[in-house]
Design a protein around this ligand. Structure first.
Ligand SMILES: [Zn+2]
Length: 371
């Protein structure tokens, strides 16, 4: 039977928690890693309705996007909103796991999926993470080069854009002499050896380095594995904020707004931009993406679709004549992230198929629109 710890490994493999923002609180927030699970609910937010749903459906885990425990709790009692939910869940043996800004930052995470749902193609990172890329170089006997490369790739090395298993190999000669107490795979103690080896290089994100080094040393035949790690001065293609892509054909701003309204099931959209603005390149960020306005303009986007934009943010897209350089659209926090529930349920079903995963039947947003 599946356990709660498998949820953690499935999500770590997709959206490492090391890529979450420092202010965030992701991972297992309630429960025992060894608990067995057969049914799971996915919800954007934890609400009393979702708690009741999990109890009624006999679920053992709720996976949320927004962490219900965000600020330190002073108490867990039945008299407060968060405390009462956690108390009920603990009483029913139901755990809570949250994947928040690590899922925002992941390629194929919240924003990439939003871009896909809006019909964009050639989707790439809007603001790639910097300083996250490393190069791992190791030296392997030729006979083991492929199996070591595959093990490192499985752990997340060698992913560049839409490609995976990217590596470079060159043959050379490795030398060594085993000292006292050594247990050499090739040769004997005290003998000088010269072996045909392969120098194998792969890129790896810092957040996956530990797992990749463990995979390398696990698959490598030598007692002492030689490897070098370098930091690369290049942006990441796997981690970052937002996404940008192209519509199949340019369309007017109002036609685009209608597409967004229908696809996101939005009750009302706030925007700035003139009706004759042609939309072709679209930048998106699920949830609060006001900080990405300059990145979207630098990427040449015709529009940025995001949420939680304050009044003053809408002035940032105006030029000296007061015309809009880029249209700006606030389609709602819940609306630009609601697809995350299905995305998580699908990915968890693939990774842990013996658990029945489903998105909550509730709209968890506390915000209504009038009329
Ligand atoms: Zn959010």
């Amino acid at each position: 039977m599946a356990t709660l710890s498998q949820v953690a490994s499935a999500i770590e493999n997709w959206a490492p928690s090391a890529t979450a923002e420092s202010y965030d609180n992701v991972g297992l927030l309630l429960g025992r890693p060894e608990s067995e699970i057969a049914r799971g609910i996915v919800a954007l937010d934890l609400t009393p309705a979702v708690v009741q749903e999990a109890i009624d459906l006999n679920a053992q885990i709720i996976v949320t996007h927004h962490p219900p425990i965000f600020k330190p709790l002073r108490s867990i009692t039945s008299t407060d909103f968060v405390g009462s939910m956690l108390l009920r869940l603990a009483e029913h043996g139901i755990g809570v796991y949250s994947a928040h800004t690590n899922l925002d930052a992941a390629r194929d995470g919240v924003s990439f999926e939003l871009a896909t749902r809006l019909g964009l193609s050639a989707i790439r990172m809007l603001e790639p993470a910097s300083g996250a890329m490393m190069k791992l170089v190791t030296f392997v006997p030729a006979s083991h080069a492929e199996s070591v490369r595959n093990a490192m790739a499985e752990a997340g090395a060698g992913r560049i854009g839409n490609y995976d298993r990217c590596s470079f190999m060159v043959r050379g000669t490795g030398t060594f002499r085993a000292g006292t107490g050594a247990n050499p795979t090739i040769g004997t103690e005290g003998s000088f050896e010269s072996v045909e080896e392969v120098k194998l290089e792969m890129e790896v994100e810092e957040s996956r380095l530990k797992a990749v080094v463990a995979a390398l040393t696990g698959a490598h035949p030598y007692e002492e594995v030689a490897y070098d790690v370098f930091r690369l001065h290049k942006p990441s293609s796997q981690t970052g904020m937002g996404a940008v892509g192209e519509l199949a054909a340019a369309e007017g701003l109002f036609a685009f707004l209608e597409r967004v309204r229908v696809l996101l099931n939005s009750e009302g959209i706030r925007f700035t931009g003139s009706s004759d603005k042609e939309i072709r390149r679209v930048a998106v960020c699920g949830g609060s993406g006001g900080s990405l306005i300059s990145a979207a303009m630098n990427a040449g986007a015709d529009v940025l679709v995001t949420a939680d934009l304050s009044y003053h943010r809408f002035f940032e897209v105006l030029d000296s004549a007061g015309s809009t350089r880029m249209a700006l659209v606030d389609a709602g926090h819940y609306e630009t992230e609601a697809h995350t529930e299905e995305l998580l349920a699908e990915r968890l079903s693939e990774a842990i198929p013996d658990v029945r995963w489903e998105a909550t039947g509730y709209r968890t947003s506390p915000i209504g629109t009038y009329p």
